[in-house]
Design a protein around this ligand. Structure first.
Ligand SMILES: C[S@@+](CC[C@H](N)C(=O)[O-])C[C@H]1O[C@@H](n2cnc3c(N)ncnc32)[C@H](O)[C@@H]1O
Length: 253
């Protein structure tokens, strides 16, 4: 048996099992000692249970509270398909996930993952750069998307030379914002630690910081005390349009 902490760390627990205890809560039964320990007692001893979320965790956390069954969303960087699968789970059978990647390998890996999970029919895999988003998405998706997510950088386990680049990323981000419906969410995970990633990160920072605060909410997270520049997550929400006086009273302007 393996326990997984919210931070994603695994801690092996051979031959033991988790059970619900009377009166609520869960316990770990340690067979050879014939004892049961509450999980809240076990986790801190076995893993960093209270680790803060990673940049990707943040993006998932924000998306999962907003994307609803039936929604239309975009995964702008398919990679190995983990994010596409996550989005496919959120939109359900009635929703739609449009998935972009420039690499055939990524499209193949993503298709395989989605197929294995039985969710391929709700996804459209587009073998093209996300900078072609506005022409490759269906006409009726314009201004209707609930979310667009970007997880920049290279395809893990493959050629590190094939990375997202600043120019196409910026073009795609602008198109993504235009495609969102009011209230829709754009998330961008950026990796400034690799060659090219630093420039990409700085350009995104300048662009996102200049978005008007009465039309867009902008948040940014990173780990400032790590030596190598750590992954960052940007979240941009397109505000619902409000009459001028309502916006002023709510402090949105
Ligand atoms: C970090 S990986 C994405 C991880 C992925 N979301 C997952 O869940 O496994 C970045 C991906 O961006 C892709 N990419 C690079 N340039 C691109 C572009 N212009 N348009 C779309 N995808 C691009 C790469 O091929 C790579 O697969």
């Amino acid at each position: 048996m393996r326990l997984r902490s919210p931070g994603g760390n695994e801690c092996p627990m051979p031959n033991d099992s988790i059970a619900h205890r009377e009166g609520g809560g869960r316990v770990l039964r340690i067979r050879h000692l014939n004892i049961s320990l509450p999980l809240y007692f076990i986790y801190p001893m076995t893993s960093d249970h209270f680790a803060l979320p990673t940049a990707v965790d943040w993006s998932h956390w924000l998306l999962q509270s907003r994307v609803q069954p039936g929604d239309w969303v975009v995964d702008a960087t398919a990679g190995n398909g983990h994010d596409s699968l996550f989005l496919a789970g959120l939109v359900g059978a009635a929703g739609r996930v449009f998935v972009f990647d420039v690499q055939e390998t990524a499209i193949v890996a993503t298709r395989r993952r989605l197929e294995a999970a039985g969710v391929l029919e709700r996804c459209e895999l587009i073998h093209a750069g996300h900078e072609h988003m506005s022409t490759r998405l269906p006409e009726d998706s314009r201004g209707q998307l609930t979310a667009v997510m970007f997880n920049l950088g290279w395809l893990p386990g493959h050629d590190k030379k094939c990375i997202t680049n600043t120019e196409t990323t910026m073009s795609a981000l602008v198109q993504a914002l235009e495609s969102l419906r009011p209230g829709g969410l754009l998330t961008v995970v950026v990796y400034p630690g690799h060659a090219g990633g630093d420039e990409e990160s700085q350009t995104i920072a300048v662009w996102a910081s200049a978005l008007a605060s009465n039309t867009h909410e902008v948040r940014h997270t990173r780990s400032p005390n790590r030596q190598k520049r750590s992954p960052e997550c940007w979240a941009i929400r397109k505000r619902q349009t409000k009459p001028d006086n309502q916006a002023r009273n709510s402090g949105d302007v």
